[in-house]
Ligand binder design. Structure first.
Ligand code: NAD
Ligand code: DGY
Length: 325
C-alpha cells in the first residue's frame, strides 16, 4: 500500500498516519513532487495546487481513494476521475469554523465601513460615515454545507433572519428561517441585506452571480464570497459597484489567484479583498489528519467513508456521513 500526501504535514502527523497503516509506504510528496508521485499511489490525501496528470493516474488504474484536504473539489474532479472507480471524499466541515470567523470579519468590516476608515487613517482624516448594523439583518446563504451550517450557527445570535438555498433543501438546520432549493436563488436575492456564497464551483454555479443577479440584490446589499472566485462574474461586479449598486463586497476568493495586479477589483473602494485565507487556522492540519485517520479506519473496515462525494455534483452525496465541525 502506497499512501501519497500533499498537505503540509509535520512529523507527528506522519507518525499517526504510519501507525494507522502498518507496513504501508507513506510518501510526503508536498506540492513539489505530487505530479510525479501520484501515478504510483493507492491512496492520495491532499490538495495539489500544481497541475496533476490525472488522465495518466486514472489510466494506470492503481489509485483507489482520494481524500481531499480541501472542501472544494474542483482541484481533482477531472472528467477522467469522475468516470473512474476512484472513491472520493472531501474535507467538508474541516475548515468551517475558521471560514465562519473570516466571513464575520469581512461582513462586519464591510457593514461598519472599515475600508473608509483605513483610508482615512492613512490620510490622518477624522471622518464619520453612516453605520450599518449586522444585528437584525436578513442574511442569504448560498450553500448549506459544512461552511454554511457553521456560519448560520454563528450568525443567528445577531438576531438575524437567515434564508438559504441548497442543492438538497430537505433538512433545514434550526438556525435557518427558510431553506429553499438551489433554483430559487432569484427569489431569495431581493429579500436579503447580505448575500454569502458558500457553494462549490461546478457547471451550475460558475458565473451564477452575474449582472442580472447582482441587480436583483438591494442597492445597499453586501456580497461576501467565501467559496470560489468564478461563482461571481467579476467584471459585472466591478461594473455595478462603480455605478453605486451594493454597499460593499468582501471577497476571500477571486477567479484568478493570486489576483493579477491589473485586476479592476483592486480599484473598487468599498471592497475588501483577502487572499483565500478563510480556511487558515492553527489546528487545520491536526483537524485534517483526524478526518484522514477516521476515514482510514473506515476504509480498512469496509465501512462507508465520511464526506463521500458525488463525483458528478462535486460535493458530499445525499445522505453522506458528514464531518462534525
Ligand atoms: N475561502 C476558503 O478558504 C474556503 C474554505 C473552505 C471551502 N471553500 C469553498 O467553499 C465551498 C463550500 O464549502 P463547504 O465546506 O461548505 O462545502 P460542502 O461540500 O460541505 O457544501 C457545499 C454545499 O453547497 C450545496 N450546493 C451545491 N450546489 C449548490 C447550488 N447551486 N446552490 C446552492 N447550494 C448548493 C450543497 O448541497 C452542499 O450542501 C467549497 O466547495 C469550497 O470551494 C472555501
Ligand atoms: O476548498 C477549500 O477547502 C479551501 O478553499 C482551501 O482550498
Amino acid at each position: 500500500m502506497r499512501i501519497v500526501l500533499c498537505y503540509p504535514v509535520e512529523l507527528r502527523h506522519l507518525e499517526q498516519i504510519q501507525a494507522a497503516w502498518p507496513g504501508a509506504e507513506i510518501v510526503d510528496a508536498g506540492q513539489e513532487r505530487i505530479a510525479s508521485e501520484l501515478a504510483n499511489a493507492d491512496i492520495y490525501c491532499g490538495h495539489a495546487k500544481v497541475p496533476v496528470p490525472w488522465d495518466e493516474v486514472v489510466a494506470k488504474g492503481k489509485l483507489q481513494w482520494i481524500q481531499s484536504s480541501a472542501a472544494g473539489m474542483d482541484h481533482c474532479l477531472t472528467p477522467a476521475v469522475v468516470q473512474s472507480e476512484i472513491l472520493v471524499t472531501s474535507a467538508s466541515g474541516v475548515l468551517a469554523k475558521q471560514v465562519a470567523d473570516h466571513t464575520m470579519a469581512l461582513l462586519a468590516g464591510m457593514l461598519r465601513d472599515l475600508p473608509t476608515y483605513f483610508r482615512a487613517k492613512d490620510k490622518r482624516e477624522f471622518i464619520r460615515r453612516p453605520t450599518r448594523d449586522l444585528h437584525g439583518t436578513t442574511i442569504g446563504i448560498v450553500g448549506m454545507g459544512g461552511n454554511g451550517r457553521v456560519l448560520a450557527r454563528v450568525l443567528k445570535p445577531f438576531e438575524t433572519t437567515i434564508l438559504a438555498t441548497d442543492w438538497f433543501p430537505e433538512k433545514k438546520p434550526v438556525e435557518i428561517d427558510e431553506l429553499l432549493p438551489a433554483d430559487a436563488l432569484d427569489d431569495l436575492l431581493p429579500r436579503v441585506d447580505v448575500l454569502i456564497l458558500a457553494a462549490p464551483l461546478n457547471d451550475y454555479t460558475r458565473g451564477m452571480i452575474d449582472e442580472r443577479r447582482l441587480r436583483l440584490l438591494k442597492k445597499d446589499a453586501v456580497l461576501v464570497n467565501m467559496a470560489r472566485g468564478p461563482l461571481v462574474v467579476e467584471e459585472d461586479l466591478v461594473k455595478v459597484m462603480k455605478e453605486g449598486h451594493l454597499w460593499g463586497a468582501g471577497l476571500d476568493v477571486t477567479a484568478e489567484e493570486p489576483l493579477p495586479a491589473e485586476s479592476p477589483l483592486w480599484e473598487v473602494p468599498n471592497l475588501i479583498l483577502t487572499p483565500h485565507v478563510g480556511g487558515q487556522r492553527a489546528s487545520r492540519i491536526d483537524d485534517m489528519t483526524r478526518l484522514f485517520l477516521e476515514n482510514s479506519q473506515r476504509f480498512q473496515a469496509g465501512k462507508p467513508l465520511i464526506n463521500k462525494v458525488d463525483k458528478i455534483l462535486g460535493f458530499p452525496e445525499a445522505g453522506a456521513i458528514l464531518f462534525q465541525s
